[in-house]
Design a protein around this ligand. Structure first.
Ligand code: BGC
Length: 738
């Protein structure tokens, strides 16, 4: 009886005790992410795992609704957060609250040569993405600038793997502090747009590892990127979005990448390779065919039902889906399920400040000469000297954030150069459009009538005759066949009849400042006649203010070119060979210049560039003092320090980028004359001197030995070149590697 009462009492106590709900590990953010991934995976059905691996709309992929795991939302990238796109088509969703801040194009960011600017950029765009509830921003792009004809160079960081590697890292890190994944693109070898969907790129292992991979490697190993986008093209006859060597071997094994590989939109081509070769999320397949859910659904994607079937019948091992699902869950925990991620911010004053500052730091002063020998340099503009300033050229008023392909932006604000110059110089400004290019379109077929061309030209010439100063604002734009995705430029010269127009204007008035807006080098047949030239890039929302501030001297320019401007197209390494080198025969292409990309070609082959890599002037002058080395020899684990004093010898405060290149005098393999290994941007007041220090390590001396598949340095003499550009070398030192 006694035991019965005790049992009864125990039961009552048990039943009346509050039930303690146990939070599942995957929902408990005090648990390590890997434990949460494992727990979530264990709870999921095979169907749920497969559903993670492909799109459910144009820009989203599914979560696991049954477990309360949210979907992932993605957006382009890389210069701002793209407008909302319809669920099933590329059309605008027509929202009224998605007009973003446009940040400068990535060539401009690279031209700042300042990793701090990358950090500011990443923070701001990460905040915009977060505010717009995006979990993945499709950028930055780090494909190497191989040819000035590539329609997409403006989305990348120039021709040098070291510069791109340094600049990409803070962008990624700052974006990801917002709980938004960066998606570094396009991995790899997407160096032209022509035939991008199928061209097979052939190149040496050396060129792959020394030139085309380092920025991706830095994105993974130093930036810690959470995702990477595969490229459209092929390498070793396999599409890069499901390329075993690039994805499984190099990215996931050698670099230990633990994030997700996302296809470029429509970059997957078959289930077997998609299942086995390291792809995780398939996006945008059948991009042009997806018009009706009844005829085609997301379940038809290569990584949807066909993959599920193959997993069920044993064609594909379960380890493949567990690996993909784990990576996707990891990304979900890092982003949309990070309850502590900040809220973000959108079109804030801080973001406009960031956009303007980056643009001002990236704009490059290419040339600044007086019109006559006795006169001062044309820039900065001394407005007291002029009564009438003619602003001419379509880019003075055209929106350059529209067009260009997937990086197009719907912006809340875009200050045009004309507006900013009018605000600065008031009634002194007169204006003529000069030429016309047609609507900003992806596929531009506009033909401008001859009478329109003629009347715009005549107006410009007439106004040039009465002006004291001409500011020509032209260049390329985001039209099809210009700086635009999906096609390459056709010619190296300026489009829309500008070369003739410039010549005609110069014949009536030589007082011209040229502002080139482009993401690519252009031919400059008028270069000798134009006294001052500025490379203005695509500066984004604050374009006009940044340009006006540089022209007026409110900002002292400090950008340096992230790629060379060849005199003529055939002076560029990719174009020095037959058509198989560029653009290929439509099936394949061979990178015949090998490792000699950009300035490596110009320097080694002694073909001077019109404006070399690293070039950029200032309104002040800098004197480089005597450089010293800490030692004359280096052992294989050693380091050598270089110190160089730099003085501002002019009358304005300014910034200079001190560049250190290394050349291997004698080697068993061909090496470029010199390669960028370090740089530092410093600010100096008039008369001020600062010592710049660089530490050279043995890694800076290595080349990729493709016979052994490893990096190596051969003992012998190495030259250290310190300069203000790749050709303006102020000091040469040397040491011996023992
Ligand atoms: C581009 C990608 C872009 C994607 C989504 C593709 O056409 O190559 O860079 O992120 O579309 O818009």
């Amino acid at each position: 009886m006694k035991t019965r009462i005790i049992t009864l009492l125990a039961l009552v106590t048990f039943l009346s005790a509050p039930i303690k709900a146990q939070t599942p590990i995957y929902l408990d953010d005090s648990q390590p992410i890997e434990a949460r991934v494992k727990d979530a995976l264990n709870r999921m059905t095979l169907e749920e795992k497969v559903a993670l691996c492909h799109a459910q709309s144009k820009f989203s992929s599914a979560g696991v609704p049954r477990l309360g795991i949210p979907e992932l939302w993605m957006s382009d990238g890389p210069h701002g957060v793209r407008q909302e796109i319809q669920w099933n088509s590329w059309g605008s969703a027509g929202w009224a609250n998605d007009s973003c801040t446009a940040f400068p194009a990535l060539t401009c960011l690279a031209a700042t040569w300042d990793p701090e600017m990358s950090a500011i950029y990443g923070k701001a765009i990460g905040e915009e993405a977060r505010y717009r509830k995006k979990d993945v921003i499709l950028g930055p792009g780090v494909n190497i600038y191989r040819t000035p004809l590539n329609g997409r160079n403006f989305e990348y960081m120039g021709e040098d793997p070291y510069l791109a590697s340094i600049m990409v890292v803070p962008y990624i890190q700052e974006v990801q502090k917002n709980g938004v994944a960066a998606c570094v693109k396009h991995y790899a070898l997407n160096n032209q747009e022509l035939w991008r969907g199928h061209i097979n790129v052939e190149l040496s292992d050396r060129a792959l590892h020394e030139i085309y991979l380092p920025a991706f490697k830095a994105s993974v190993l130093k930036g810690g990127t959470w995702s990477i986008m595969g490229a459209y093209n092929k390498y070793k006859d396999v599409h890069c979005c499901h390329n075993d060597l690039l994805l499984n071997k190099i990215l996931k094994e050698d670099w230990a990448f633990d994030g997700c590989v996302i296809t470029d939109w429509g970059g997957a081509h078959n289930t077997r390779e998609a299942a086995l070769n390291g792809l995780d999320i398939e996006m945008g397949s059948y991009t042009n065919g997806l018009t009706s859910e009844s005829e085609f659904t997301y379940n038809d994607y290569y990584l949807a039902h066909p993959y599920l079937k193959g997993l069920k019948d044993g064609t594909f091992p379960m380890s493949t889906i567990d690996d993909k699902a784990s990576r996707i869950l990891r990304m979900i925990f890092r982003t949309v399920m990070d309850r502590n991620r900040p809220w973000g911010a959108f079109t804030s004053e801080a973001h406009y400040d960031a956009a303007r500052t980056i643009a001002e730091e990236g704009i490059v002063l290419l040339k600044n000469a007086p019109v006559t020998k006795k006169a001062p340099a044309l820039l900065p503009i001394d407005a007291s000297q002029y009564n009438k300033i003619l602003v001419v050229g379509e880019n003075a008023t055209r929106s350059l954030t529209k067009g260009g392909g997937s990086s197009e932006l719907k912006v809340k604000k875009e200050v045009s150069p004309l507006e900013a110059l009018q605000a600065m110089y008031g009634d002194k400004i007169i204006h003529a459009q000069g030429y016309e290019s047609g609507r900003p379109m992806y596929s531009n077929t506009d033909k401008i009538p001859a009478e329109v061309v003629e009347s715009l030209r005549n107006e410009a010439i007439e106004k040039a005759k009465e002006a004291d100063l001409i500011i020509y604002i032209g260049g390329l734009n985001k039209n099809h066949l210009q700086d635009c995705e999906a096609a390459d430029r056709i010619t190296y010269g300026l489009p829309f009849g500008q070369d003739e127009l410039i010549k005609d204007i110069l014949s009536v008035n030589p007082n011209m400042v040229m502002v080139l807006m482009s993401g690519n080098a252009v031919e400059m047949p008028w270069v000798k006649q134009v006294p001052a030239i500025i490379q203005g890039w695509y500066p984004g929302s604050e374009a006009g203010n940044a340009i006006a501030n540089v022209l007026s001297g409110k900002v002292n320019p400090s950008g340096k070119l992230p790629f060379s401007f060849p005199v003529k197209l055939t002076d560029n390494g990719a174009h020095a060979f037959d058509a198989l080198s560029y653009p290929g025969d439509s099936i394949k292409q061979v990178y015949k210049e090998d490792i000699l990309v950009g300035y490596r070609w110009h320097d080694t082959k002694k073909i001077p560039a019109l404006y070399p890599f690293g070039h950029g002037l200032s309104y002040t002058t800098f004197a480089y003092g005597k450089a010293t080395l800490s030692a004359k020899t280096m052992d294989s684990n050693g380091k050598v320090e270089v110190v160089i004093p730099v003085t501002n010898t002019g009358t304005r405060e300014g910034k200079e980028v001190i560049q250190l290149y290394i050349g291997d005098e004698k080697c068993s393999v061909i090496r470029p004359a010199k390669e960028l290994k370090h740089f530092s941007k410093i600010s100096l007041k008039p008369g001020e001197t600062k010592e710049v220090k660089f530490t050279i390590s043995v890694d800076d001396l290595k080349f990729y030995d493709d016979s052994r598949g490893e990096w190596t340095a051969e003992p012998g003499k190495f030259n250290v070149y310190i300069g203000a550009s790749s050709t303006d070398i102020r000091s040469i030192l040397s040491f011996v590697l023992q």
